[in-house]
Design a protein around this ligand. Structure first.
Ligand SMILES: [Fe+2]
Length: 308
C-alpha cells in the first residue's frame, strides 16, 4: 500500500543511470553498474528539500553498545516533523528499500546524481530514510545513519579495507563535500580477492575463518571484527594492508557520487583524509537491511549453537 500522493507506486530506490560514467578514477577505470535515483522518487526528494527539514539530531545507539567503542552515534530526523505528504512519501521510500532489492548481483554499484534533488539536505534525507526503513521493518536494528568522523581507521586519517559489519547488511555512501586535494579516495575490493591476499599474509586457515566472518556465515561480534581487521592499530608486519591497498580499486568520488555495496561481498576503505571543518559533511552513510538480509541475520542469530 502506498498512500502518498507524491508517488503512485513503489519503485526501486535506485536504478541504472543513463549515459557514460562521469566519475573520476584514480588508477583504475571505473566500470558499471552506475545507478541513480529512480525518476519516480525525484519529486519526493525535491519536496523533502523544499520542506527545509531539520538537521539530524545525534543519538547514542544503546542497543549497539560494546566494550570496544561504547554506544556509537546515530542520526535521526523525526518523520512526523515533516509535512504529512512528504513524511508519507519518505515512508514509501523506506518501504521500497526494505522490500525491493537494489544492490545488483555482484554486490557493488556506483552512484551518481544522488545529491542534486536534495542539495545540502542529503544528510537529513538519509537519516529520515533510516527511520523509514526501521518503521517498515518493525525492528530497531535494520537501519543506521552513523556519522563518519575521524575517530575510526588509522591515526594518519586513512582507513584500510574493511567491512563495516553493522547489523544492516547493505551500505549506501553518498559524498557531499569530498575532501580537497584528492584526499579520501575510496578503496574498494571484493571479499574474494581480499581473501586471496589474506591467505598469502596469514595462511589459508586464517583466511578461511575470516572469509566466513566477513561473509556473515557465522555470527559477528566486535571481537570478531578486531580479529579480522583489528590490525589497524597494531604494526602490520604481514603485508596484508599494503598488498590489499595496492591492489584495490581507487575512486575519487565527486559530490553526489558514491557507492552501494553488499558489506558481505565488498570491502571498502579510504586513503588519507586530514581533519578539516568539512570532515563530518564529507560523506553520508546509510546502512540498511532488506527483508531478505534481515531474515538471514535472524536465522543465524537464532541457531542454538550460536547462543550457547
Ligand atoms: Fe567503513
Amino acid at each position: 500500500m502506498n498512500h502518498s500522493p507524491l508517488v503512485a507506486r513503489r519503485p526501486a530506490l535506485v536504478v541504472p543511470a543513463a549515459g557514460t560514467p562521469a566519475l573520476t578514477t584514480v588508477g583504475t577505470r571505473l566500470g558499471r553498474p552506475l545507478m541513480t535515483w529512480h525518476p519516480a522518487w525525484v519529486p519526493v526528494l525535491e519536496a523533502f528539500a523544499a520542506a527545509d527539514p531539520p538537521q539530524p539530531r545525534w543519538e547514542s545507539l544503546e542497543w549497539y553498545r560494546n566494550e570496544s567503542f561504547g554506544a556509537p552515534p546515530d542520526e535521526t530526523v523525526d518523520l512526523d516533523a515533516l509535512p504529512a505528504d512528504v513524511a508519507a512519501a519518505v515512508r514509501a521510500m523506506g518501504a521500497s528499500l526494505w522490500q525491493v532489492r537494489v544492490v545488483p548481483d555482484g554486490g557493488l554499484a556506483h552512484l551518481t546524481g544522488m545529491t542534486q534533488p536534495v542539495g545540502r539536505h542529503i544528510s537529513a534525507l538519509l537519516a529520515a530514510l533510516k527511520g523509514a526503513v526501521v518503521e517498515a521493518s518493525a525492528h530497531h536494528t535494520t537501519g543506521m545513519k552513523a556519522p563518519i568522523g575521524m575517530g575510526s581507521g588509522s591515526e594518519d586519517g586513512s582507513f584500510p579495507l574493511h567491512a563495516d559489519i553493522f547489523p544492516g547488511r547493505y551500505l549506501l555512501n553518498v559524498f557531499h563535500q569530498p575532501a580537497p586535494d584528492q584526499q579520501g579516495a575510496s578503496l574498494l575490493m571484493s571479499v574474494a580477492e581480499w581473501g586471496e591476499l589474506a591467505a598469502v599474509a596469514f595462511g589459508p586457515e586464517w583466511a578461511a575463518r575470516s572469509l566466513r566472518l566477513v561473509r556473515r556465515e557465522v555470527p559477528w561480534d566486535m571481537e570478531a571484527y578486531e580479529e579480522v581487521f583489528g590490525y589497524h592499530d597494531r604494526p602490520d608486519d604481514s603485508g596484508l594492508i599494503a598488498a590489499s591497498d595496492a591492489a584495490a580499486t581507487r575512486i575519487l568520488y565527486g559530490p553526489g557520487e558514491g557507492y552501494l555495496v553488499d558489506d558481505a561481498e565488498w570491502l571498502h576503505g579510504r586513503t588519507v583524509v586530514r581533519k578539516s571543518e568539512h570532515t563530518y559533511d564529507r560523506v553520508h552513510r546509510l546502512t540498511f537491511d532488506t527483508a531478505g538480509s534481515f531474515a538471514q541475520r535472524m536465522a543465524l542469530e537464532d541457531r542454538p549453537e550460536n547462543t550457547a
